[in-house]
Design a protein around this ligand. Structure first.
Ligand SMILES: *Cc1c(COP(=O)(O)O)cnc(C)c1O
Length: 437
């Protein structure tokens, strides 16, 4: 496997006259030499925009800054850069300045659902912890576009300590998702410190890191980093490949190091118009990932953040893609397709319908080939009616902490809570009735 192509060698020379062979695989060299201007981009890629194009790009950059690592830029095909998936994900489009009516600065209410700065606590048992607002490459489709390049919001040690304190004081949190920005923009020492602090909290059972480094700067995955991470198991990592072209030799090496360290790897892709909105492409990507020990985890519908309208597809596109995966390829090459609900509702899975009909004792189902089949349900099923008293139940769940309350639909279908319906807050009928009393 080569880690340094002729093209990359030539690019390194254009970027930095004094560059040596070892620089290309030094992640700090890439961070130092990240391309941040339109003219820098033109120079390195060897292209020239017209004056009007350049003006448009520079205007876009004033709102949403540009950053591309030399490595990621080296993947762009300069012959057809306008359609290049790497170009489209990293270089601004004038379309980003188009604000649609549905656009929001914080569609997922990450700031609203934040008990302390840096923490988003949306789900009962896990939190998102933003430990870095820096990225080596600014994805044009970033859902946190509002924060990109906001140098002031790099969390200080005392802010990180407050986040850790929140986790320590919140016993429900058993899963901590380190995100950002890219957590791997922090030094090994800082990460080690954070992971150690979180590791000391007894109720935290698992830590995950979300990083795009294996895709945009794979040399960040150094032996030192991996040796440090290994000390903090159980640790999971999710990365962010969107196109098969991103699975390069360098990326494969980075992934292999993490997998060899016993870190389970997942991938979160975003469905992007003009980049990867193709069933064959997503299938190829997922098969490549599986071959490299990365489990496709989520396929995201593009969020309603400002500046992303040109990337959005109809939800039907995602369902069509899922239809082409399930049954057609390995089950573990099929991600869950999700719409992250605007307003902080969280991830909602969406998929093709497989239940065709249902009677009292039979379900009619269809498979991926269109075969329609029936599953006969049991005549006698001894239902375990649950009163939350595990000690008296035959199922032998010996957990002491079965105290958690049911939420939402789970509550409606539970045996031990007699809630019959959930009513929206702004229900007019309920409002009227409250006055009648
Ligand atoms: C995505 C997300 C999580 C993690 O969700 P999983 O479905 O467990 O992967 C947690 N918190 C927030 C705010 C999220 O957006």
């Amino acid at each position: 496997m080569t880690v340094y192509t002729e093209r990359q060698e030539a690019l390194a020379g254009v970027i930095d006259d004094d560059s040596s062979r070892s620089d290309w695989t030094d992640w700090k060299w890439h961070v130092r030499n990240t391309i941040r201007t339109v003219s820098g981009f033109e120079k390195v890629l060897g292209i020239k925009f017209s004056d009007s194009e350049r003006k448009k790009h520079e205007m876009t950059l004033r709102k949403f800054p540009l950053a591309i690592t030399p490595y990621y830029l080296s993947l762009i095909d300069e012959e057809d850069y306008e359609n290049d998936p790497v170009f489209l994900q990293s270089f601004p489009s004038p379309e980003e300045l188009k604000i649609e009516r549905c656009d929001m600065t914080d569609p997922l209410h990450e700031d609203e659902d934040s008990p302390v700065p840096g923490i988003t606590h949306r789900y009962p048992d896990r939190v998102l912890f933003h430990i870095s607002n820096l990225c080596s490459m600014y994805c044009r489709h970033c859902t946190r576009k509002r924060k990109v390049g906001d140098q002031d919001s790099i969390p200080s040690t005392s802010q990180l300590e407050k986040g850790i304190e929140y986790i320590r004081n919140t016993p429900q949190v058993r899963d901590v998702l380190l995100s950002g920005g890219d957590p791997f923009m922090l030094s090994d020492e800082k990460l080690d410190w954070i992971l150690t602090k979180i590791g000391e909290i007894e109720h935290v059972e698992v830590v995950r890191i979300g990083t795009r480094m294996p895709v945009v700067l794979p040399y960040r995955i150094t032996d030192d980093l991996v040796n440090m991470l290994k000390k903090h198991h159980p640790l999971w990592i999710n990365t962010h490949f969107n196109h098969p072209r991103e699975v390069t030799d360098s990326s494969r090496r980075a992934i292999a190091k993490l997998a060899d360290a016993g870190i389970p790897l997942g991938n979160q892709s975003v469905l992007l118009a003009g980049v990867n909105d193709c069933p064959r492409l997503i299938k190829t990507l997922n098969q490549k990932l599986v071959k490299n020990r990365v489990r496709p985890y989520y396929l995201y519908q593009c969020d309603l953040s400002e500046g992303l309208s040109h990337f959005r597809t109809p939800v039907g596109k995602g369902i069509e893609i899922l239809e082409s995966l399930r049954g057609h390829t390995s089950g573990f090459a099929v991600p869950t397709y999700v719409v992250d609900a605007p307003g902080g509702g969280g991830k909602i899975p969406v998929m093709p319908n497989y239940i065709v009909s249902w009677a009292t004792n039979k379900v009619v189902l269809r498979n991926y080939e269109g075969v329609i089949t029936t599953y006969t349900e049991p005549d006698s099923y001894e239902c375990n009616t649950c009163d939350r008293n595990c000690a008296d139940c035959n199922l032998q769940l010996k957990e002491e902490d079965a105290e958690e309350k049911a939420i939402g639909i789970e509550k409606l279908i539970s045996d031990w809570d007699d809630t019959l319906s959930l009513t929206p807050e702004d229900n007019e009928r309920a409002e009227r009735n409250s006055h009648v009393a």
